[in-house]
Design a protein around this ligand. Structure first.
Ligand code: NBP
Length: 477
C-alpha cells in the first residue's frame, strides 16, 4: 500500500480529519461501513489531495503502507469494538490503530490491553475542536504506547492546531487510557467554563438589567483581557444574534433546556471514584440536568423569591466589572479542580502525565482554547510538582485581588435570587482550602458516635474511639 494513513468512519468528524490529512500532503486511505460516504467524500473533496477509497476492510488495509496506521472515527462504544474486531485479523504486529472517537478511558484501557497481546499498538486519542477543528486543526491528545508516537507523532503534528507560538497542539499524553482521560477532563472543564459564562450572562441580565446586545458588547470587552478565549468570543456572537423570524434576541427564543452527551457526567463520575472534588464541573452537569426538569420547574414557579432591586447605570457598570472578577476567579478554580483530577488519574493509573504539557495541548484547536492556558503551562513548567494551580503565586495573587468582588457577586446573586451555583461552589472550594480548621472535625465525631468509626487527634498519633454510650472515656482503637 501507499497510503501513509487511513481513516475509517467517514461521518462528519472522520471525513474532515481525512481531508485535513490529505490537505497536508498525506496519501489517505478512506473507508466507511456504508460505501456511499466514501464515494461522496472522494467526489466532493477528491481534488483537495490524494485519497485512496476502499470498499472493504481488506481493500482498506491493503492500501496502507507498513507499519499500518489507521484511524477509527466511528460512534463511540460498541461500534468501535465492532470495527476493531473487523480489522484486527487483517493487521500485523507493529501496526497502529488510533481511536479518535470519544471513548471512555476504561474502554481504551481494555482495548489497549487486548491488542497489546497481539502486538498491535492501540492509541486512544482524544480529539477536540468539533468538525471545524477536525478539518482545520484539532487539539489531539493521544495515549497508548510511547513507541507508537514515534511513527504517528509526525503525521499528527501536521494536522494539529498550532498554538500562537507555532507549536502543534499534539503530544504523547501517557500510556493506555491517558489520552481519552485527559480529553474527558477537557470536556468537563468545558462544561464548567460554559456554566460560569452562563451565570455571568444571567447576572448581567437580571441584576444589571443589561440587554443581550449590551451583554454581547461586555463579553467582547472581556475578550480583550485575561478572559480572551474561544468560548467568550462565541458567547458574544450568540448573544448579539437576532432571530430572523421574530426579531427578538436569539437567546430569548431558544428553549432553556440544556442537553448533554455524557462526557461531563463521566468526568464527575470518575472524580467521585478518585475522590477528587470537582465541584465546578459537577455544578455544571447538575445545572444542565436541572434545566431539563420541566415539570419540576413548572411546579416550583410560584415559590417566593426576593424583590428585584434595579441598579442605576453606574452601579450596573460597577457590577459588570465585579462579574468579570468573579468569572475569572471561578474559572481559575475550575481549572484547578480539573488539573487536580488529571494528576489524580495519572497517579492512580501510573501514567506520568505532565500537566504543563496538557495545558499546552489546549492552547489552540479545542473548545476551551484560551490565552489563559499559556499561563497554566507556565505555572507547571516552573514547578512540575505544583500541588494545585491555586498554589501558584501569580494565580494566588490574582484571586486575592479578585476575591472581594467575587464575594460581592456571590452575595448579590443570593440576595437577588439569581442562581449562581458555579460561582458559589468555586468560592466555597477556595475558602475551604484556605480554612485553617474545617468542620470535618465534627463529622469525625459524629461518625465515631454512631458507628465507632474512630478519629485521629491533632496532638498524638494513632486512632481513637470515645465510649459515647458509656462513660465517654477515650480508648485507643
Ligand atoms: P457518529 O458518532 O455519528 O458515527 C457515525 C459513524 O459511525 C459512521 O461512519 C457510521 O457508519 C459508523 N458506524 C456506526 Br454508527 N456503527 C458502526 C459499526 N457497527 N461498524 C462500522 N461503522 C459504524 O460520527 P461523528 O459525529 O463523525 O463522530 C465520530 C466520533 O468522533 C465519535 O466517537 C464522536 O463521539 C466523536 N466526536 C468528537 C467530536 C469532537 O469535537 N471531538 C465531535 C463530534 C464527534 P455508517 O455511515 O455506515 O452508518
Amino acid at each position: 500500500g501507499t497510503a501513509q494513513i487511513g481513516v475509517t468512519g467517514l461521518a462528519v468528524m472522520g471525513r474532515n480529519l481525512a481531508r485535513n490529512f490529505a490537505r497536508n500532503g498525506l496519501t489517505v486511505a478512506v473507508h466507511n461501513r456504508s460505501r456511499s460516504r466514501t464515494d461522496a467524500l472522494v467526489e466532493e473533496f477528491g481534488s483537495e489531495g490524494t485519497f485512496v477509497p476502499a470498499g472493504s476492510a481488506e481493500e482498506f488495509v491493503a492500501a496502507l503502507e507498513r507499519p499500518r496506521r489507521l484511524v477509527i472515527m466511528v460512534k463511540a462504544g460498541e461500534p468501535t469494538d465492532a470495527v476493531i474486531q473487523e480489522f484486527v485479523p487483517l493487521l500485523e504486529p507493529g501496526d497502529v490503530i488510533i481511536d479518535g472517537g470519544n471513548a471512555h478511558f476504561e474502554d481504551t484501557r481494555r482495548r489497549e490491553r487486548e491488542l497489546r497481546e497481539r502486538g498491535i499498538h492501540f492509541v486512544g486519542a482524544g480529539i477536540s475542536g468539533g468538525e471545524e477543528g477536525a478539518l482545520n486543526g484539532p487539539s489531539i491528545m493521544p495515549g497508548g504506547p510511547a513507541e507508537s508516537y514515534e511513527s504517528l507523532g509526525p503525521l499528527l503534528e501536521r494536522i494539529a492546531a498550532k498554538a500562537p507560538d507555532g507549536t502543534p497542539c499534539v503530544s504523547h499524553v501517557g500510556p493506555d487510557g491517558a489520552g481519552h482521560f485527559v480529553k474527558m477532563v477537557h470536556n468537563g472543564i468545558e462544561y464548567a467554563d460554559m456554566q460560569l459564562i452562563g451565570e455571568a450572562y444571567h447576572l448581567l441580565r437580571e441584576v444589571a438589567g443589561y440587554s443581550p446586545a449590551k451583554i454581547a458588547e461586555t463579553f467582547r470587552g472581556w475578550n480583550d483581557g485575561r478572559l480572551d478565549s474561544y468560548l467568550i468570543e462565541i458567547t458574544a456572537q450568540v448573544l448579539a444574534h437576532t432571530d430572523a423570524e421574530t426579531g427578538k434576541p436569539f437567546v430569548d427564543v431558544v428553549a432553556d433546556r440544556a442537553e448533554q452527551k455524557g462526557t461531563g457526567r463521566w468526568t464527575v463520575q470518575i472524580a467521585l471514584d478518585l475522590g477528587v472534588p470537582v465541584s465546578g464541573i459537577a455544578e455544571a452537569v447538575f445545572a444542565r440536568s436541572l434545566s431539563g426538569h420541566a415539570e419540576l420547574r413548572e411546579a416550583s414557579r410560584s415559590l417566593p423569591g426576593p424583590v428585584a432591586e434595579p441598579l442605576d447605570e453606574a452601579a450596573a457598570a460597577r457590577f459588570a466589572d465585579r462579574v468579570e472578577q468573579a468569572l475569572y476567579a471561578s474559572k481559575v478554580v475550575s481549572y484547578t479542580q480539573g488539573f487536580h483530577q488529571i494528576q489524580a488519574g495519572s497517579e492512580a493509573y501510573d501514567w506520568g502525565v505532565d500537566p504543563g504539557a496538557v495545558a499546552a495541548l489546549w492552547r489552540a484547536g479545542c473548545i476551551i482554547r484560551a490565552a489563559f492556558l499559556d499561563r497554566i503551562r507556565a505555572a507547571y513548567d516552573g514547578r512540575p510538582e505544583l500541588p494545585s494551580l491555586l498554589a501558584d503565586k501569580d494565580f494566588a495573587a490574582e484571586i486575592g485581588a479578585a476575591q472581594e468582588d467575587w464575594r460581592e457577586v456571590v452575595a448579590t446573586a443570593a440576595r437577588q435570587g439569581v442562581p449562581a451555583p458555579g460561582f458559589a461552589a468555586a468560592l466555597a472550594y477556595y475558602d475551604a482550602l484556605r480554612a485553617p480548621r474545617l468542620p470535618a472535625t465534627l463529622t469525625q465525631g459524629q461518625r465515631d458516635y454512631f458507628g465507632a468509626h474512630t478519629y485521629r487527634r491533632t496532638d498524638r498519633d494513632g486512632a481513637f474511639h470515645t465510649l459515647w454510650g458509656g462513660d465517654r472515656s477515650e480508648v485507643t482503637a
